[in-house]
Design a protein around this ligand. Structure first.
Ligand code: ATP
Ligand SMILES: Nc1ccn([C@@H]2O[C@H](COP(=O)(O)O)[C@@H](O)[C@H]2O)c(=O)n1
Ligand code: MG
Length: 220
């Protein structure tokens, strides 16, 4: 397969080009950008399952939280603001997060993205759509009981400043008040694929795999 990089009109990004295929109504040399939003409460297993999807289906995994933590570590001028918001479980202004996502999409060279932990609120959702003009294929929603998520976060041991009981409770509140309405918005458009995320990792992935089976033949 011959490959080249062009600029996508929607994300100003280099995208993989397959010169033999015409897909999704795009020009012969372009592939449509595919975005799947991955949502669920803190500790529901979004990152864990995304890692498996990457291995099996050739997506690029972009965790908004990871991008924000990397921004803190890079010594950016927004670092202190981001750090303070994460410690409080608050949602960072969309302008910052969308810019980080857009840059990561551009740098990946891929055209299939799992965007994890985003959009966290209505402002995130509207800003992403306005800036990128990309509408998600669907939202993968990990539904998990709060007690189970709390157990997982308290034993994650990755040194995250927000994995303490005080911040975890704030994150649960923000999830219920700001993120669930976003899931409901997409549900009203028939775009939510809900997964029972309270089960063991391999059983959750069985269900995830089924949802991604249409992408099976599309691994890079
Ligand atoms: N199905 C599962 N059963 C038990 N433990 C799990 C399961 N899925 C993930 N875990 C563990 O729970 C912890 C949280 O998982 P993960 O980091 O994937 O969650 P997350 O949804 O990305 O959380 P956050 O929103 O805080 O980033 C990790 O230690 C992970 O190994
Ligand atoms: N769209 C987002 C995503 C995350 N944040 C902040 O990062 C924290 C950690 O996010 P995880 O997905 O890794 O759990 C989150 O609690 C927010 O403070 C954000 O602001 N906007
Ligand atoms: Mg995560």
């Amino acid at each position: 397969m011959e490959r080249d990089a062009l600029m996508s009109p929607v994300i100003d990004a280099p995208i993989v080009v397959d010169s033999e295929k015409v897909e999704n109504g795009n020009s012969p040399s372009e592939k449509k950008v595919i975005v799947i939003f991955v949502l669920g409460g803190p500790g529901s297993g979004k990152g864990t399952q995304c890692a498996h999807v990457v291995q099996h289906f050739g997506f690029t995994h972009l965790s908004a939280g990871d991008l924000l933590r990397a921004e803190i570590n890079s010594g950016s001028e927004n670092g202190t603001m981001i750090q303070n918001m994460i410690k409080e479980g608050k949602i960072v202004p969309s302008e910052v997060t969308v810019k980080l996502l857009q840059r990561a999409m551009k740098e990946s060279g891929n055209y299939k993205f799992l965007i994890d932990g985003f959009p966290r609120n209505e402002e995130n959702r509207a800003a992403f759509e306005q800036v990128t003009k990309v509408v998600p294929e669907f939202v993968l929603f990990f539904d998990c009981p709060e007690e189970e998520m709390e157990r997982r976060l308290l034993s994650r041991n990755q040194g995250r400043v927000d994995d303490n009981i005080e911040t975890i409770r704030k994150r649960f509140k923000v999830f219920a008040e700001s993120s669930v309405p976003v899931v409901e918005y997409y549900a009203s458009k028939g775009k939510v694929r809900k997964i029972d995320a309270g089960k063991p990792i391999d059983l959750v992935f069985e269900d995830v795999k089924e949802i991604f089976s249409p992408f099976d033949a599309d691994v890079n």
